[in-house]
Ligand binder design. Structure first.
Ligand SMILES: Nc1ncnc2c1ncn2[C@@H]1O[C@H](COP(=O)(O)OP(=O)(O)OP(=O)(O)O)[C@@H](O)[C@H]1O
Ligand SMILES: [Mg+2]
Length: 234
């Protein structure tokens, strides 16, 4: 199986002319199928920008970024839209629609899937909610669920369309320790079983032990990760 994500020499800047400010510098990164990689680093170091480039939510400027076999450098809007449908996104705010039930929110992610009827989508959504332990909450609206339950609906929604890759930006930021750990453990286990790679941005030291690998960013670059408890070199 090929790497779901392969990045070389990725550089990105915001602004034009004198206001141009580089925020990502010469990034190299590869994800393997089924692995969960946590991306940490100070605020403003470029984590979200990198995630949105990998997720084809913004256009590349320089370097190579191959995602699920699609080269994003030079890719047009139509190619990026098509690729986004093959990626499961989870954000800090769950982004569920308040006027839809949990089941309808998950089913919505399947709307663009060819060959599924409305009934088929709802059936698939119910199965996904069962997989995240919310089989009995399908008719609840987001406001009737706890923060952890809402993020589990977001996990179900992200996985419903059989994505090849999951991108998550601080999915536990609004959760307490226990529900944060549960959500990420659930996401990891479901993704691993399907061979889906996860790239997860987090400031949350409590979930670092769930990672296969931890990557750190500083000032737009990937830097060696400091190991907890490591003896500093003299
Ligand atoms: N749309 C934008 N226009 C201009 N500058 C931006 C834009 N988005 C982000 N930046 C700048 O790019 C840099 C990287 O931002 P980014 O959001 O990627 O950081 P981050 O590592 O995700 O930070 P945090 O941990 O606070 O979420 C920051 O200096 C930020 O101010
Ligand atoms: Mg961010």
């Amino acid at each position: 199986m090929t790497a779901p994500v392969e990045i070389h020499g990725l550089t990105y800047a915001f602004g034009e002319g004198e206001l141009r400010r580089p925020v990502l510098r010469d990034i190299a990164l590869a994800l393997q199928p089924g692995e969960i990689v946590l991306l940490t680093g100070p605020s403003g170091s470029g984590k979200t920008t990198l995630l949105t480039l990998i997720g084809a939510l913004r256009a590349m400027q320089e370097g190579s970024c191959r995602v699920l076999g699609q080269e994003l450098m030079g890719a047009g809007e139509a190619q990026r839209v098509a690729l986004r449908r093959r990626i499961g996104f989870i954000f800090q705010q769950h982004n569920l629609l308040g006027y839809l039930t949990a089941r309808q929110n998950v089913a919505m992610a399947l709307e663009l899937h060819p060959g599924l009827t409305e009934a088929g989508r709802l059936e698939r959504a119910t199965a996904m909610l069962e997989a995240v332990g919310l089989g009995d909450r399908g008719d609840s609206r987001p406001a009737q669920l706890s923060g952890g339950q809402r993020q589990r609906v977001a996990v179900a929604r992200a996985l419903a369309g059989d994505p090849g890759l999951i991108l998550a930006d601080e999915p536990t930021a609004a959760l307490d320790r226990q529900s944060g750990g549960e959500v990420v453990r659930l996401l990891r286990d479901l993704a691993r079983r399907r061979g889906v790679a996860i790239l997860l941005v987090t400031h949350d030291p409590r979930i670092l032990d769930l990672a296969d690998r931890i990557i750190s960013m500083e000032d737009g670059r990937i830097v060696p990760t400091k190991q907890a408890g490591a003896v500093p070199a003299l």
